[in-house]
Ligand binder design. Structure first.
Ligand code: GDP
Ligand code: IMO
Ligand code: MG
Length: 446
């Protein structure tokens, strides 16, 4: 598993290969030791990135994972949507757990604000969809991005001036009221009282605000290394995912540029995080879903319940066509494979290698949700290793069948593996030392 050296400009995007919850938090936490700044570029508190460190469990929603390492800066980019109340609560929780935040958190002054009406709008829209519902996280993410694209959003910078905030709010609310009355039968959004209350809380994020693009450029000029932390995953990306069963932002690596204000050629390289199997939470197509006892076993062993909503995650097998698609969309230069240990007891492991639809076999990932839902998946079944891999830290110490399984994934997806995770803890990780990323990191440390 060797490939050539890469010029990353010292920067790296960490992106989800599947439908989210791949273990991005764990991998970002591992990598963050070797970077100076961790930047979130899209999504909001729909994300839940779980990290175990110092015997404590952290579920980071909006605050970048880098906050958990001393002397690292955590940056929330302009592509993120921010609910000030939940951001403040998250900061408080992190600090209560013994991690100081203070000036190590920088929030874009161009990020859009999630308002109370975004959440109520989302809940009503989901109800109206009935069985066709997306199964959103009900955090107001979709409607906030709708308003951003509709040019009626409020931004964090608006909080700097109370009079201006009130004025913009009043104009938006008049429009919201007209739409709300038509759609939901007279729900009233206007009201000075809640606007004043919202402002009172929200203004407390003003000290964190900055021009993030300018901040990152100055830091990069000073030689600082930036990690871009994706939320959700490629198959939930609004352009490239299983539309309409997606989130409303650019979760794939391209979003790192627009969502942070750093030009694409400055960014360097992309590492894709994927589970050794597959999960999805919420509705939408999932070709390799195991709707049987084997799927339940994966859920139980993998603790596959949403970090944010607690919903059971749908579980299934590794999907080669989907991963290959994600490799192209993101130009993946390396893979981080997580939760290998969850497969430990299995006698055999199916891997989805091809789809068949209307009598045609394909390894392409089709645009149509209907095809993805109905496609028959052809599997290659490989023998399991039936030994514990928990906490193993060297590739050569893995059972040979586990090594073969990882090689199969790397070969079929066409991307080298840089990291393999063998447990939720920081230390439970294998670095593939021949991989360019490990070499680049070693060089950067002198
Ligand atoms: P994210 O949203 O991509 O950061 O992923 P989540 O945190 O939502 O879900 C991943 C879950 O798997 C978390 O509970 C992690 O603690 C856990 N996890 C990550 N890597 C491993 C691993 O290698 N083995 C095991 N057993 N758990 C892991
Ligand atoms: P992390 O960053 C998994 C899913 C929701 C729903 C769809 C749209 O932890 O990997 P939204 O509230 O975003 O409008 O919901 O996207 N979803 C996620 N699934 N991991 C996530 O984030 C997710 N964020 C959103 O379940 O199906
Ligand atoms: Mg998650």
């Amino acid at each position: 598993m060797v490939n050539g050296m890469k010029d990353t400009n010292g920067n790296l995007v960490v992106v989800g290969v599947q439908w989210g919850d791949e273990g991005k938090g764990k991998i970002v936490d591992v990598l963050a030791e070797h970077y100076d700044i961790v930047t979130r570029y899209q999504g909001g508190a729909n994300a839940g990135h779980t990290v175990y460190c110092g015997g404590k469990k952290f579920v980071l929603q909006l605050v970048p994972t880098g906050i958990l390492r001393p002397n690292k800066t955590a940056v929330i980019g302009p592509g993120v949507v921010v609910n000030p109340e939940s951001l403040l609560e998250e900061i408080e929780q992190i600090e209560n757990n013994g991690v100081p935040v203070g000036e190590r958190l920088v929030v874009s002054d161009r990020a859009h604000l999630i308002m109370p009406y975004h959440r109520s709008h989302e809940v009503a829209a989901e109800e109206a969809r009935g069985v066709g519902k997306i199964g959103t996280t009900a955090k107001g993410i979709g409607p906030t991005y709708e308003d951003k694209a509709g040019r009626r959003g409020l931004r964090t910078s608006d909080l700097r001036n109370p009079e201006l905030f009130l004025k913009k709010c009043t104009a938006v609310l008049a429009e919201k009221d007209r739409i709300g009355t038509a759609l939901f039968g007279g729900e009233r959004f206007r009201g000075d009282e809640w606007v004043a209350q919202y402002y009172e809380t929200a203004r407390r994020i003003v000290p964190y605000l900055a021009d993030v693009s300018a901040f990152l450029h100055v830091e990069m000029e000073r030689g600082k290394r930036v990690l871009f932390e994706g939320a959700q995953g490629t198959l939930l990306d609004v352009d490239h995912g299983t539309y309409p069963y997606v989130t409303s932002s650019s979760a794939a690596a391209g979003g790192a540029s627009t969502g942070s204000g750093v030009g694409p050629t400055r960014i360097g390289a992309v590492i894709g995080v994927t589970k050794a199997y597959a999960t999805r939470v919420g509705s939408g197509p999932f070709p390799t879903e195991a709707r049987d006892a084997a799927g339940e076993k994966l859920r139980d062993r993998g603790g596959e319940y949403g970090a944010v909503t607690g919903r059971p995650r749908r579980c299934g097998w590794f999907d080669i066509p989907a991963a290959r698609y994600a490799a192209r969309i993101n130009d993946l230069a390396a893979l981080a494979i997580t939760k290998l240990d969850i497969l430990d007891p299995l006698e055999e492991i199916p891997v989805g290698v091809e789809y068949e639809y209307a009598g045609r076999r394909t390894s392409d990932f089709p645009a149509e949700t209907e095809i993805l839902e109905k496609a028959q998946v052809h599997y290659r079944t490989v023998p399991g290793w039936r030994q514990s891999t928990v906490g193993i830290r060297e590739f050569k110490r893995l059972p040979s069948r586990a090594q073969d399984y990882l090689r199969l994934i790397a070969d079929e997806v066409g991307v080298e593996i840089a990291l393999v995770s063998t447990g939720p803890e920081r230390e439970q990780v294998i670095w593939l030392e021949q991989n360019w990323l490990c070499q680049e990191i070693a060089l950067s440390r002198g």
